[in-house]
Design a protein around this ligand. Structure first.
Ligand code: GUN
Ligand code: ZN
Length: 448
C-alpha cells in the first residue's frame, strides 16, 4: 500500500523525512498487501506529542508552515513507530547472562537475590535509569514492566519514565510464598501496596499500572483471589503474570493447584483472564487453554531469547495465532532471562522459533509484531504502534546500513522486504539511529 497524505488538526512543531514503514491493520489476518504501508520518501510531522501529518514528502511539504525545519534522515534510513516490549523485568538488568540454570533454579540462584537489593530506593533509581536509557537506545518506546515486591522499585521506574514522557505499564510484584522471606509480601500488604500505587501512578500522564502476581507458584490462592478483586476495582489497569513457560513449572502448578483443570485455569478461576491480561510465554498451553486465551481477550507475550536461553522451549506462534481462534500475541524481551534489549535481535530469535514449527515469519509480519501487533495485544493500538495523524509520536529511526557487513549485504538486496529481513536477522542496537518519545528526540546515535 502507498500512504495517502493525511493530517490532523494540531499544529506541527517538528518534522522528519525518510522512508517510512507502518501498518494499517493486522497482516496475519488480512495479508501484508492490505495492511503494510511502505512510503519510500515520506514526511512525518508532530506537535503536542502527536503525529499531525504523514504522507509522501512532496505532498506533506506543501502543507507544513514554511519556517518548520524538516530533519532528513536520508534514503538509507527507515522511520517506524517505536517498538513495544510486552514483557520485561527492569530489576534483572544487572543480572542478564546468568549462567547454567533453567527457570526454577535460575529464579532461586540468581533472580531472587538480585531482586532483594531493590528495598534500596537509590539502587532502584539507578537501575531504572540504565534500563530506560537502554530501551531508548534500542528504539523501545513502550514496555510492560515487572518491578519487584518493593513499592519503592515501582516509584523508581515510574519517576524516570515520567521524566522521559514514556508510555509504560508497570507494577509491584505480588509474591507471598515459595521465595525467600526477604522478598515476601502478604495477601493484605500486597493488595494495599498495589492499590496505593494504582492511586499514585495509573493514568498519570502516559503511565499505566499493571497488577503483577509473579506466577501462580509464588502466590497463595488467597493472594490470586485478592489480585482478581483488585483488578475488578480498577478494571482499566493491566494484569501481568507468567504461564506455562517450562515443563517443570507446569508440573509444579499441577501439584500446588490440584483442583484446577490446568495452569491457565488457575488464573481464569481467580478472574485474571480478560482484556489487558498479559501472560508471559504460554509455550506449553494446550488447545483448550489457547481457546480460553482467545475467548477472554487475554494476550501472550512471546519472548524467544528468554525461551532459548533458559531452555524452556519455544512458542508455536502459528498455532497461537490460528485463524479460527486467534490469540493476541505481543513480543517481549523478558530481560534478564532474555538476552538482548534489541528488538531486531528478538525478532531474529522469533524467526528461528517459528522455523522450528515449519513456519516462515515474514519480515513484514515481524515488524507488525514488534509495533502495532504488540500494541494490539496491549489494547493500545489506538494510541501507539503505527504512524498516522492522531497517534502518539513515539518513533524509531533505523539505519539500514549500520555495520560494514549489513552495508555489504544490502548491496545485493532486490526488494524492500528482503532488506527488512536482513535488518531483523543481522541488525541490533547499532541499527537504531534515533528514538522519539511523544515527539521529543530522546536518543540519537552518536556519530561514528
Ligand atoms: N517466572 C516467574 N518469575 C519469572 C521471571 O522473573 N522470569 C521468567 N522468565 N520467568 C519467571
Ligand atoms: Zn518474565
Amino acid at each position: 500500500m502507498v500512504a495517502d497524505s493525511k493530517t490532523s488538526a494540531a499544529a506541527p512543531t517538528a518534522a522528519i523525512r525518510g522512508p517510512v514503514l507502518t501498518f494499517t491493520g493486522d497482516p496475519f489476518k488480512e495479508g501484508l498487501e492490505h495492511t503494510m504501508v511502505h512510503e519510500s520518501d515520506a514526511i512525518v510531522a508532530f506537535g503536542g506529542g502527536k503525529i499531525t501529518h504523514f504522507g509522501p514528502a512532496n505532498q506533506i511539504a506543501q502543507q507544513l508552515p514554511p519556517n518548520l525545519e524538516v530533519r532528513s534522515y536520508g534514503p538509507d534510513s527507515l522511520i517506524s513507530a517505536g517498538f513495544l516490549d510486552s514483557h520485561v523485568h527492569f530489576p534483572q538488568t544487572p543480572m542478564i547472562a546468568a549462567f547454567g540454570a533453567q527457570l526454577l533454579d535460575w529464579l532461586n540462584i540468581y533472580t531472587f537475590p538480585t531482586e532483594g537489593k531493590y528495598s534500596d530506593k537509590a539502587f532502584a533509581s539507578g537501575v531504572a535509569k540504565v534500563f530506560l536509557e537502554e530501551c531508548l537506545r534500542n528504539g523501545i518506546t513502550t514496555s510492560c514492566v515487572y518491578c519487584t515486591v518493593f513499592p519503592q522499585s515501582v516509584d523508581a521506574l515510574f519517576e524516570e519514565a515520567e521524566r522521559l514522557g514514556m508510555r509504560i505499564a508497570a507494577g509491584k510484584v505480588l509474591m507471598n510464598r515459595n521465595a525467600p522471606d526477604y522478598l515476601l509480601d502478604t495477601t493484605q500488604t500486597g493488595y494495599d501496596d498495589s492499590k496505593m500505587l494504582i492511586g499514585k501512578w495509573h493514568g498519570r500522564g502516559r503511565l499505566m499500572y499493571a497488577i503483577t502476581p509473579r506466577f501462580a507458584p509464588t502466590s497463595t490462592p488467597d493472594q490470586l483471589e485478592s489480585a482478581g478483586d483488585l483488578w475488578n476495582e480498577h478494571p482499566d489497569c493491566y494484569m501481568q503474570t507468567h504461564v506455562s513457560e517450562s515443563r517443570a513449572e507446569v508440573a509444579w502448578v499441577k501439584e500446588l493447584f490440584p483442583d484446577r483443570k490446568g495452569y491457565l485455569d488457575v488464573y481464569d478461576h481467580y478472574k485474571l483472564c480478560r482484556p489487558r491480561a498479559v501472560f508471559g510465554h504460554g509455550i506449553h498451553l494446550d488447545d483448550s487453554e489457547m481457546q480460553c486465551m482467545h475467548a477472554t481477550g487475554s494476550a501472550i507475550s512471546h519472548c524467544p531469547t528468554s525461551n532459548f536461553f533458559l531452555g524452556s522451549g519455544h512458542l508455536n506462534i502459528k498455532r497461537a495465532m490460528l485463524k479460527d481462534r486467534p490469540v493476541r500475541v505481543g513480543l517481549g524481551t523478558d530481560l534478564g532471562a532474555g538476552t538482548s534489549f534489541s528488538v531486531l535481535t528478538t525478532l531474529n530469535e522469533a524467526y528461528k522459533a517459528a522455523q522450528l514449527n515449519n513456519y516462515a515469519l515474514t519480515a513484514g509480519c515481524a515488524y507488525y509484531f514488534a509495533t502495532r501487533g504488540t500494541a494490539n495485544a496491549m489494547y493500545i493500538d489506538d494510541k501507539v504502534g503505527s504512524i498516522a495523524p492522531g497517534m502518539e509520536a513515539d518513533i524509531v529511526v533505523l539505519d539500514m546500513k549500520s555495520t560494514p557487513i549489513i552495508k555489504y549485504r544490502m548491496k545485493s538486496v532486490k526488494e524492500f522486504a528482503e532488506g527488512l529481513f536482513v535488518q531483523m536477522t543481522m541488525g541490533d542496537d547499532r541499527a537504531v539511529q534515533a528514538t522519539y518519545i511523544a515527539g521529543e528526540l530522546r536518543y540519537s546515535k552518536p556519530p561514528r
